[in-house]
Design a protein around this ligand. Structure first.
Ligand code: NAG
Ligand code: NAG
Ligand code: NAG
Length: 489
């Protein structure tokens, strides 16, 4: 297929939620492959009520006591005040790129209308600081934190009105920051945003309906809303990419893409039913988003299973959304086993109303064997995932200790998986460790830590301290010729 062939040229950016081997060095990757780390606005910045920032749906969600540990991102890692020191740490770590997200409600407090000059200044300062230090700037426009004003006005992602407001916000970002930004990711994990926010209710805005919610929700409809929200996200993505391409790309020379949660799925057995179930799982989790953006429509299997609850693209919309990716960001944390289930009985993590009719679990229910694996990640799964994306379309371990040997192994393994995929012809172009510093985590507050740098949340000064993983990453990035086992461990 021509579209598929063209898609082979799409770049892949891999982001893993953290992180021994010998035998590879930084030099085994092409010079233009970048190694970075990432954060997101609500999880990192804090300063939630400072300098004119408007509330986002995450402020509302956390202040309603929705986190298990009752925490909020009011202070988080205090990146709003500490960004300068953090960029200095990035330089010391040898990061080649940094990806952060912009808080829409810090820049445009009510979601639409006047720009907050202090918000503008904050992002200009970070970008200048990175540029000055030669760190490539990757910006995520949206990481789950919709301005509360738009949620109140028209239920945010459930309304097509979001397309126009988001595009106007993106226009401000491109215009103000685009001269220094090389990579724009429009949306973070729209599949997770749709499911967490509208199916399970675990993420803001916390909507769901029985029996699908993981938490108790007062409003929502898990059978319908996840699909509506994702549909509006896809239309928004497309409109924003078209805006960038028409108005900015020639001049600014950046590239635009998306980022999706894409766990690898192994069929539990060799049976045809399980093989098909594993494929359905892929179609329902990331084909849901990627298939429209490449081919202009949802995967056939989704249309068939979901029927009229799945919104459809008009002819005009199909043309609009098709081909709106310069790169795909692949978020991979671990892999799953998938087995077939009769329709309606399917229960699983992460699939809207279980139309997928498969069971995905982290353990093999017959032997009790862990899927490879949640705590250590599955580097080989990432390699398979990357190869699968190339063919189809052209969280893991947290450690409280600064001595996070397990995460060192995780990151090492993932980088090896990426290297193998590259050697097998995948056009992977970057790797971002999640996260640069410990932050407020969306599922667990401050109870899990994924940073390369430890943040002491008990100390009001929120000091940073390099973990073993930060030192390993630094040694790797600075090892131009040495095999990795020489790096001090
Ligand atoms: C969800 O919406 C569908 C379609 O409108 C409706 O049939 C169903 O009853 C709704 N479910 C809930 C829990 O409101
Ligand atoms: C990478 O490839 C080597 C050689 O084929 C293999 O031994 C190793 O297990 C692979 N690593 C991953 C993470 O897939
Ligand atoms: C953190 O890593 C160390 C070293 O690998 C390990 O001994 C410890 O159990 C880990 N802690 C947690 C909470 O996973």
């Amino acid at each position: 297929m021509a579209a598929a062939a063209a898609f082979f040229c799409a770049l892949l950016f891999i982001s893993v939620q953290h992180g021994v081997l010998g035998g590879y060095t930084r030099n085994d990757f092409p010079a233009d492959f970048v190694f970075g780390a990432a954060t997101s606005a609500y999880q990192y910045e804090g300063a939630a009520a400072e300098d004119g920032r408007g509330a986002s749906i995450w402020d509302t969600f956390t202040h309603a006591g929705k986190m298990k540990d009752k925490s909020t991102g009011d202070v988080a890692s205090d990146g709003y005040h500490k960004y300068k020191g953090d960029v200095k740490l990035m330089t010391e770590t040898g990061l080649e790129a940094y990806r952060f997200s912009i808080s829409w409600s810090r820049l445009i407090p009510s979601g639409r209308g006047a720009v907050n000059q202090q918000g503008l200044k904050y992002y200009n300062n970070i970008i200048d600081e990175l540029t000055k230090r030669g760190i490539q700037v990757h910006v995520m426009l949206y990481h789950l934190d919709l301005p509360q004003a738009l949620e109140d006005e028209y239920a945010g992602w459930l309304s097509p009105r979001i397309v126009e407001d988001f595009t106007a916000y993106a226009d401000v970002c491109f215009r103000e920051f685009g001269d220094r930004v090389s990579h724009w990711t429009i949306l973070a994990e729209p599949n997770v945003a749709a499911l967490g926010g509208y199916d399970t209710g675990e993420f803001a805005p916390g909507r769901c309906s029985d029996p699908f919610g993981v938490t108790k929700c007062t409003v929502g409809n898990s059978s319908v809303e996840p699909y509506v929200a994702a549909h509006n996200m896809i239309l928004t993505h497309a409109a924003v990419v078209r805006l960038y391409r028409e108005k900015y790309q020639t001049l600014q020379k950046g590239i635009v893409g998306i980022n999706v949660l894409s766990l690898w799925s192994y069929p539990l057995t060799d049976s045809t039913a399980d093989l098909q179930a594993a494929q359905r799982y892929k179609d329902f989790t990331y084909g849901w988003i990627l298939h429209p953006l490449v081919f202009g429509d949802y995967p056939q299997v989704m249309k068939k299973a979901i029927g009229s609850r799945l919104p459809s693209f008009s002819k005009v919309q199909t043309e609009l959304v098709k081909g709106t990716l310069d790169f795909i960001g692949v978020n991979h944390y671990f892999s799953l086993y998938v087995s077939d289930l009769p329709l309606a009985k399917g229960v699983r993590d992460f699939i809207a109303d279980r139309s997928v009719s498969c069971r995905a679990s982290k353990t093999d229910p017959s032997s009790g064997q862990q899927a490879p694996t949640q705590s250590m990640g599955d580097p080989h799964g990432l390699q398979l995932m990357l190869q699968h994306l190339k063919e189809s379309y052209g969280k893991a371990s947290s450690n409280d200790s600064v001595d996070d040997t397990d995460r060192v192994d995780y990151i090492k393994g993932y980088i090896e998986g990426v290297l193998n995929a590259t050697r097998n012809g995948v056009n992977a172009r970057g790797y971002f460790a999640w996260s640069f510093v410990d932050m407020f985590e969306l599922l667990s507050g401050y109870q899990t830590r994924y940073g390369l740098y430890r943040v002491d949340f008990d100390d009001a000064a929120l000091p940073r301290r390099a973990k073993r993983s930060a030192r390993w990453y630094r040694d790797f990035l600075k090892s131009k010729r040495q095999p990795l086992q020489i790096a001090q461990l």
